[in-house]
Design a protein. Structure first.
Length: 749
């Protein structure tokens, strides 16, 4: 079997365990970096030619063009090149979120405070040595973008008739620290202004939420006893830079460097600077007590972060030699943005690096990523966030939910301005201010085109993707016992849009959903399966948690999910009719995932399996790369061999030294929707639920040993050890839920 050939995902010169990742040689370049992070800060850490380097990233760093810019790079140099002495080690410690670099009698510990946006570098040495820390920036001067491909990193996406400029940062020594920041200008039209004007929304501009205006991001770097040492310059990869150096005044055996990072929309730069200075003076959050082992008595702030990380790893886990450690390594990447105001971006998250190390034809700065910075793509984003439910990481869903809640007013205004009816219209590729990407909307649209529709052959009428986030909100309520009330106006508005916009009915009293879309693939559809399945599932869930006659009426008006025949097999259709096929998705299987209408123990399972096996379009898209979801479909249908082989392929080490830096796939590197879809597939192999039913190991190979802890609805956890085709132990909490477990037919306690 294919999956038996894919058990190993170790890299040369690298050791993986459930606790750490260890490298015993330095890296060649930033493409061989290791992630480190916490709160909403991500660092790419590597040692090159004896120097420790790391990129600084934080959630929300959107510039005038809505590119998501990095905060800069730090280079730490120790005299005597101790990391070149032959005993080099670089270790990622998952249990406390730190990276430790050692060699030649020198040890450096890098960690990010989970509760305050501060990066720490702690150096200790057996002998006194001089060291320096240099803040390096490539944004020391304005940069006019002249390459059309480089525009893909911002929300213009293509070159315009006017210059598109990445404006320089303000960087200076302030006493014996380096201060740096980028503040969005307000003396000319920016991407928000341009989008509003080109999309005909100027009449309500003063009512629109605007995250771009006065957005300011940067920070300061300092070290006790370190002094300003002057300027440096050079070129890294394809990008020239300048440096602002701090150095120790004398040889030292220990030294701490801190970098505080701040992102905020403030009325003045003085207000932003005041907030930056206050960063380290905030009270320390104390999590719930947990048993931990702390060596060398870390400071109180670090102890709080260690407690959080250890609680995080106790919430859930999946340990399986047949899949390697990449499940856990990817979960670490997601946790580095646990408390961000902005969701983790599918196209690299906080851990992008110089693009030439992803694609040798792309000679741009480290700020580059394909598919934009402030532009969110719903079908990709949902794969990053769905797995957090079974991982028990509900607190991390808040950033994605808040993203939509902030945009609700703007999306509602779209419906009112364009069609004069209620409800919120959310597009597939949507800006962080709730309007479609301006290039996908198409400024040169023909006269008479519906002003609310993107003039784009992939994206036209694709409005249903927001429903998957409605489902996550309902799922979180079911998993954690939280009230749905904070999200009910949002869910109601999404449903109300379809009720208002598609107000014609057929002879049976069903909505006529035309024109619609089935993902980006089946276009100008009549009664799209993705629309019908989404509304059916959400309305039935609402009937249970927030009963209202409105839901009953809408549900009664829904047409059935379209079915058809292929070579004598009944299959799910993507829609009753469609005009063309545009992309490579499989929306005919969306009633399996995410909508859960078909699956193990549910009526019509044979129809869904027929669709997976026989529909020629579904078969043609069978793949594992990027956002492909066939491992999930196979698991939900109980097709164990396919689920196992696809999951092994998805979770094998990526092309880069850090094994969970997958991609670029269809998007960019690190490809977080690759990792998210892989994680969902494994979860569905291990545990599936249908209201109170808990299916244990519904698509798990009998010969794969595993230990895991996952979450289920109704505040339930399931913890099991499986070995030699037997369930050796099973812990279900609360214990009363054990009666709801349905065991696999190949083993028992």
């Amino acid at each position: 079997m294919l999956y038996r050939l894919l058990l190993s995902c170790l890299l040369l010169n690298c050791l993986q365990t459930n606790a750490q990742l260890v490298w015993t040689s330095q890296s060649l370049h930033a493409g061989e970096s290791m992630p480190c992070g916490g709160g909403d800060i991500g660092l790419n850490v590597w040692v090159e030619k004896g120097d420790l380097l790391f990129y600084l990233s934080r959630s929300g760093t959107f510039d005038e063009n809505n590119a998501m810019l990095k905060m800069g790079r730090v280079r730490v140099h120790v005299d005597g090149q101790p990391f070149d002495k032959g005993d080099f080690r670089q270790e990622l410690h998952l249990q406390d979120g730190s990276v430790i670099v050692s060699g030649g009698g020198v040890k450096m510990v890098l960690w990010v405070d989970v509760f305050h946006p501060v990066v720490h570098v702690n150096m200790t040495s057996k002998t006194a040595l001089r060291m320096s820390a240099t803040y390096e920036s490539w944004r020391y001067e304005d940069h006019v973008i002249t390459d059309a491909v480089e525009c893909r990193a911002n929300s213009y996406k293509v070159l315009q008739a006017f210059p598109i400029t990445t404006y320089k940062d303000s960087i200076s020594f302030v006493g014996n620290r380096v201060q740096f920041y980028h503040r969005n200008r307000d003396d000319q039209e920016d991407i928000f202004d341009y989008t509003v004007r080109m999309e005909g929304m100027s009449s309500v501009k003063d009512q629109l939420y605007n995250p771009i205006r006065h957005n300011t991001f940067g920070g300061s770097m300092q070290g006790n006893g370190m002094i300003a040492g002057g300027h440096t310059h050079g070129q890294y990869a394809d990008t020239k830079y300048r440096g602002w150096e701090l150095r120790t005044a004398r040889p030292v055996k220990s030294q701490e460097i801190t970098v505080g990072l701040h992102v905020a929309q403030t009325p003045t730069i003085a207000a932003w600077e005041k907030e930056l200075r206050a960063l380290t003076k905030e009270p320390v959050y104390t999590p719930e007590p947990v048993s931990i082992t702390i060596s060398n008595a870390p400071a109180l702030e670090q102890r709080s972060s260690i407690k959080w990380w250890q609680q995080f790893w106790q919430r859930s886990y999946v340990h399986c030699d047949s899949l390697g450690a990449n499940y856990e390594l990817f979960r670490y990447l997601l946790a580095c943005n646990a408390f961000g105001k902005w969701p983790t971006k599918f196209n690299g998250g906080l851990f992008t690096f110089d693009p030439c190390y992803v694609d040798s034809t792309k000679h741009f700065s480290p700020d580059f990523r394909a598919w934009g910075g402030g532009t969110m793509t719903a079908q990709n984003q949902r794969l990053v966030y769905f797995p957090m439910l079974k991982n028990g990481d509900g607190e991390m869903l808040k950033a994605q939910f808040d993203f939509y809640l902030r945009m609700l007013h703007n999306a509602s205004l779209r419906s009112r301005v364009y069609w004069n009816h209620g409800g919120a219209c959310f597009t597939e590729q949507i800006e962080n201010f709730g309007l479609p990407n301006v290039t996908e909307y198409h400024p040169k649209r023909p006269a008479g085109t519906d002003p609310g529709v993107e003039y784009n052959k992939w994206l036209e009428y694709e409005w249903e993707t927001v429903f998957e986030f409605c489902l996550m909100m309902l799922d979180q309520q079911q998993y954690e016992g939280l009230g749905i009330r904070p999200y009910l106006p949002f869910i109601d508005s999404c449903l109300s849009f379809y009720d208002a916009h598609y107000h014609n009915f057929d002879a049976q009293g069903h909505y006529i959903f035309y024109p619609t879309s089935a993902a980006e693939t089946y276009k100008l559809t009549y009664n799209s399966t993705t629309v019908i399945a989404a509304m059916q599932t959400i309305l039935k869930r609402l009937q249970v948690v927030a009963a209202h006659p409105k839901w009953d009426t809408m549900l009664a008006h829904l047409p059935p999910v379209p079915l058809g025949e292929y070579e004598g097999h009944t299959i799910i259709l993507p829609a009753e009719k469609w005009d063309r096929i545009q992309n490579r998705e499989t929306p005919q299987l969306y009633p399996v995932f995410p909508w859960g209408i078909y699956g193990i123990g549910k009526p019509g399972l044979d129809i869904a399996i027929n669709t997976y096996r026989y529909d020629p379009q579904a078969k043609a898209q069978w793949d594992y790369a990027g956002w492909k979801q066939y491992s999930i479909f196979a698991a939900r249908l109980g097709l164990t061999a396919d689920a196992a082989s696809l999951s092994a392929l998805k979770l094998k080490a990526g092309l880069h030294r850090f094994p969970a830096f997958w991609g670029p796939g269809f998007d960019w590197t690190p490809d977080h929707n690759w990792g998210g879809s892989a994680m969902i597939g494994v979860q569905e192999m291990l545990l599936q639920t249908d209201d109170r039913k808990i299916y244990l190991l519904p698509a798990w190979p009998k010969e794969w040993d595993v230990s895991f802890k996952l979450h289920a609805p109704y505040q339930t956890t399931v913890e099991a050890v499986v070995k030699g085709g037997k369930v050796l132990s099973l812990k279900v909490r609360p214990a009363a839920r054990a009666k709801d477990v349905i065991y696999p037919n190949w083993g028992g306690i």
